[in-house]
Design a protein around this ligand. Structure first.
Ligand SMILES: Cc1ncc(COP(=O)(O)O)c(C=O)c1O
Length: 414
């Protein structure tokens, strides 16, 4: 594969999309590749579905593979906490294994966890019509919510740059992504969103604090989006996985302004439990009932041991690790200020600077070649190739090496 392709977007290599085909009256509603990628000597065309063949593997996965090959790389590509899962949660998970709690759980989650999460949601939002289902990570929640809400040909508004999974998930289901570009400020223009809503639009997918930009949407934006979605009969899905990572301002959920918002959340980032696969979705009961039914026929349930760990995690303070994250963000911003152009991120654990030279892909390749530094090019998160993502959840030693490498790269970009 040529070098430039190696950083290609996770999305389709096609020109026609499902919705184009659906619009022509046929129901083949996933992206249709001009040419299918081939894996080794196996002819992909003859083995996998058109749906699977249409997608390239995530650029982030490629960054992982690259890191495994390099000796002592500076890896600022991995979007997961570098602190430990709380000790009490680990103990609870071990106790669950020893107590033989290794089987299936109810589809919607073990009652102790589901009831506790639901009580927290009720305390925050009220909204007695809101219901909750524990899922297999927040990725599972996203899959179920989109399956519950969209049919082939339906439109979904995405704000780019966007989390890598959104576009493929919508397209797997035959949906059509309507992109609202938020560059270069990464602020959402609500009038632009209103203009993008057509009669086929079913869902708007918001992520705050955002991956990859770290931007936290202000209260007036989430309120306006929630109201707009409600007025226009569009379901707003709010991915709040990073809500505990807000450094400068409190987190604002659009669900506080509309009972019809569907919220996605999970323990992966908040409690450093990415491998345990426990998340949840809450929203209007009919939608959550549909998610629960769909989970029964797909994931079955979230892993039981992870759910017991998660209950204990809810009582653990994460203030220490979060303060550390904020300190690392400040250190990184101070190290890059004046050398890179970036919008200061108020949350999550990413910084999203403009790439010197203008191409995120070219910069990411130069960073690997010259400094063994791994960052993720912006082309992975959307159609623009102007930025790159730094994840700063690494040791101070790694972060210092990364800052020094980035400083050299900026100075030699000239
Ligand atoms: C914005 C966002 N949503 C959802 C996920 C999925 O997380 P998980 O399935 O581990 O809960 C991620 C993971 O990086 C993410 O960044």
């Amino acid at each position: 594969m040529p070098a430039a392709r190696s950083w290609a977007s996770s999305s389709t290599s096609s020109s026609a999309t499902a919705a184009d085909v659906a619009a022509g009256g046929r129901l083949t509603s996933f992206p249709i590749p001009r040419e299918r990628p081939r894996a080794n000597s196996v002819d992909t065309r003859s083995v996998v579905s058109k749906r699977a063949g249409a997608f390239d593997s995530s650029g982030i996965r490629k960054a992982f593979d690259l890191a495994a090959k390099l000796e002592n790389p500076i890896n600022l590509a991995i979007g997961q906490p570098d602190f430990a899962m709380p000790a009490e949660a680990r103990e609870a998970a071990k106790a669950a294994i020893d107590a033989g709690k290794n089987g299936y759980t109810p589809t919607q989650g073990i009652p102790a966890l589901r009831d506790r999460l639901e009580a927290e949601v009720r305390q925050e939002l009220g909204q007695p019509g809101r219901s909750l289902c524990v899922t297999s990570g927040s990725s599972g929640a996203l899959v179920l919510a989109l399956m519950a809400l969209i049919d082939p040909g339906d439109e979904v508004i995405l704000f780019e740059p966007a989390f890598v999974m959104y576009r493929p998930l919508v397209e797997f289901l035959g949906g059509r992504c309507i992109i609202v570009d938020t560059s270069p400020t990464f602020r959402i223009d609500v009038d632009q969103v209103a203009a993008a809503i057509t009669p086929r639009c079913r869902v708007m997918l918001l992520n705050t604090p955002a991956n990859p930009t770290g931007i936290v949407a202000p209260e007036e934006t989430v309120r306006a989006l929630a109201r707009l979605a409600q007025q226009r009969g569009v379901t707003l899905i709010s991915d709040e996985l990073y809500r505990s990572y807000c450094y400068d301002e409190p987190f604002h959920s659009p669900a506080a302004h509309s009972e019809s918002v569907v919220v996605i959340d999970g323990f992966s980032k908040s409690h450093a439990m990415t491998g345990w696969r426990v998340g949840w979705v809450h929203g209007p009961k009919p939608i959550i009932d549909a998610c629960t039914m769909l989970q029964q026929y797909t994931f079955v349930c979230a892993p039981q041991v992870g759910q017991w760990g998660a209950i204990a995690a809810l009582d653990c303070s994460m203030a220490g690790p979060l303060a550390e994250c904020r300190r690392k963000r400040d250190k990184l911003m101070a190290g890059l200020r004046g050398l890179y152009a970036f919008v200061p991120p108020g949350g999550a654990f990413y910084l999203y600077p403009e790439a010197p030279g203008g191409s995120g892909r070219a910069f990411a390749e130069r960073a690997v070649q010259e400094e063994k530094l791994i960052v993720v090019p912006g082309s992975v998160f959307g159609s623009a190739d102007t930025h790159f993502r730094i994840a700063y959840t690494v040791t101070d030693q790694m972060l210092d090496r990364g800052i020094a490498a980035l400083q050299r790269l900026a100075r030699s970009a000239g």
